[in-house]
Write a protein of this length. Structure first.
Length: 71
């Protein structure tokens, strides 16, 4: 499953969140968007997978987690 497929699945489940996330293309954009979405920086986890890849975990205010693969 690629990013477009994952975004389509998210948008089908939560159209409002899907629309917010659709334009986020890099870590900087995600971190700029997060505070306005009610995501506290203190709860964000960035886990290194290898020297170029990371998984970014964002705790949503409604107790869900939003994750991104970043490189």
């Amino acid at each position: 499953m690629n990013y477009a497929d994952q975004l389509a699945e998210l948008t089908a489940a939560d159209p409002h969140l899907g629309a917010q996330v659709a334009g986020l293309r890099n870590l900087e954009a995600i971190l700029q968007w997060a505070p306005g979405a009610g995501i506290a920086f203190a709860g964000i986890d960035l886990l290194q997978q290898d020297e170029y890849s990371y998984d970014l975990f964002l705790p949503m205010p409604d107790s869900r987690w939003l994750t991104f693969g970043v490189s």
